[in-house]
Design a protein around this ligand. Structure first.
Ligand code: DNO
Length: 358
C-alpha cells in the first residue's frame, strides 16, 4: 500500500503540502481541482500545474478524489453525452500527466450526508455525526443552512454552494429515477469511459454511498456486497474498480467489512480507512481511527487489505478536530496524521508477522 493524505489544493485547504510531507510514510496526496463543477472539462495545463505544485513540495499525486460525475450523467438528461465527452477528455489529460487513479461517486444530488459537523465527545474533541431522526425532520434544502455555521469557513466536498443553491431542481431530475435506472446510467457511463481508461491505465474507483441507505428518498446503489459485485460484473474490466471506504460501507452494520474486502480482491484500487462509533444502528459518530475508540476492528480491516495483496493508495479518513485546530470538519491535519501513523503501524506489524510465519 501507499500511504497518502487528501489535500484540497492551496486555495481551499487549511493544511499545507509541507505539513503533509512531514507525516511519516506519506509520499503522495489525493487531490483535485476543487474549483471544477461536475461535467466541466479539466484542461491539460491546469492538471500539469497542480502536479508541479505538489512535486514542488516533494510529493506526488497518488490519485484524484474526485472527478465528480454530473447529475446530468447520473440522471441521463440531454446533456449527458456532452458531459461524458468532457469526462473522457479529462481522463485523457490526467493520463498524460501520469495520474492513474480516479475516485468518484454515483450518489444523486448529495455526496455524503451528516447531520452534525461538530458533535462534542467526552474528551472535548469534535466529530462529524449522523442521526436518522434529524434527517427525517429536515427538508433537504435546509440541510446546508443548519450545518453552515460549523464548516469553519470552508467549502465541504460535494456541498458546493453553486449546486446546493439548486437542490429543489436537482431533486426534480431524479423524480423518475429508481435504483434500476440509476444503475443503468452508471453502467452506460462506465462503458463509455473504459476505452480511455484502458489506453492510459486509469483505474476508476467508485466511492460507496454514505450513509449506505436511501436519504431523502433518493435511490442508493453502491451500498453493500451484492450491489458492488453486481457493478463489478456488469463492467468486468479491472479499470472499473472500487474505493473501499470502511466508514461508508460500515454505516450499515450488516456489511461485513473484512469479508467484503476479500470478495473484492483485485478490484479495490483505493482505500479509505476510518472508524465509527454507533449509538444506535442509525445514529453514529466518527471516532478516532483506533479500534477501541469505535465499533470496527481496524486490525481485521487492514489485515484483509494486506492479505488480498492490496497495493494501491490508502488514506486515513475523516479525523476528529483536536488540539484546538480550526479546519474543514473531518479534514484537519492532526487527527488524520495520527490515523496515518496508526494504519502504518498496523500494516508493518501485519506484514512482519506474515513474513515471520512463512
Ligand atoms: C467525504 C468523502 C466524499 C468522497 C466522494 C467521492 O469526506 O468521502 O466526498 O470523496 O464521495 O467522490
Amino acid at each position: 500500500m501507499e500511504m497518502t493524505l487528501r489535500w484540497y489544493g492551496s486555495k481551499y485547504d487549511t493544511v499545507q503540502l509541507w505539513q503533509i510531507r512531514q507525516i511519516p510514510g506519506v509520499k503522495g496526496v489525493i487531490t483535485t481541482l476543487y474549483n471544477k463543477q461536475p461535467g466541466e472539462l479539466w484542461e491539460h495545463d491546469e492538471i500539469r500545474a497542480l502536479r508541479k505544485e505538489v512535486a514542488g513540495d516533494g510529493l506526488k499525486i497518488a490519485g484524484i478524489e474526485s472527478v465528480n460525475v454530473s447529475d446530468a450523467i447520473k440522471a441521463a438528461t440531454p446533456d449527458r453525452d456532452l458531459h461524458i465527452e468532457n469526462y473522457i477528455k479529462t481522463l485523457e489529460n490526467l493520463g498524460k500527466e501520469d495520474i492513474h487513479l480516479v475516485c468518484y461517486n454515483f450518489m444523486p444530488v448529495f455526496d455524503w450526508t451528516r447531520t452534525e459537523l461538530a458533535r462534542k465527545r467526552e474528551d472535548g474533541s469534535t466529530v462529524l455525526a449522523y442521526k436518522q431522526e434529524a434527517v427525517d425532520a429536515l427538508v433537504p434544502e435546509k440541510m446546508f443552512e443548519t450545518l453552515a455555521e460549523d464548516t469553519n469557513g470552508t467549502v465541504m466536498p460535494g456541498w458546493e454552494p453553486e449546486r446546493m443553491g439548486h437542490v429543489k431542481e436537482l431533486f426534480e431530475l431524479y423524480k423518475d429515477i429508481d435504483e434500476e435506472k440509476l444503475f443503468e446510467n452508471l453502467v452506460y457511463f462506465l462503458k463509455a469511459i473504459m476505452p480511455v481508461c484502458n489506453k492510459y491505465d486509469i483505474k476508476m474507483a467508485i466511492h460507496p454511498d454514505d450513509p449506505a441507505w436511501p436519504v431523502f428518498g433518493l435511490p442508493r446503489i453502491i451500498n453493500n456486497e451484492q450491489n458492488i459485485l453486481k457493478l463489478m460484473n456488469a463492467v468486468d474490466d479491472v479499470h472499473n474498480g472500487v474505493t473501499f471506504c470502511s466508514g461508508s460501507y460500515g454505516t450499515n452494520l450488516e456489511n461485513d467489512l473484512p469479508h467484503m474486502i476479500r470478495v473484492l480482491k483485485g478490484r479495490i484500487h483505493f482505500a479509505h480507512v476510518r472508524n465509527l462509533k454507533f449509538i444506535s444502528p442509525t445514529n453514529f459518530e466518527e471516532a478516532a481511527h483506533l479500534s477501541e475508540d469505535g465499533t470496527f476492528d481496524m486490525y481485521e480491516i487492514v489485515r484483509a487489505l494486506y492479505e488480498t495483496g492490496f497495493d494501491g493508495p490508502i488514506r486515513p479518513d475523516h479525523g476528529r478536530m483536536i488540539w484546538g485546530e480550526v479546519a474543514m470538519p473531518g479534514y484537519g491535519l492532526y487527527d488524520r496524521a495520527l490515523g496515518a501513523t496508526y494504519i502504518n503501524g498496523l500494516w508493518e506489524a501485519i506484514e512482519k508477522g506474515a513474513r515471520a510465519r512463512k
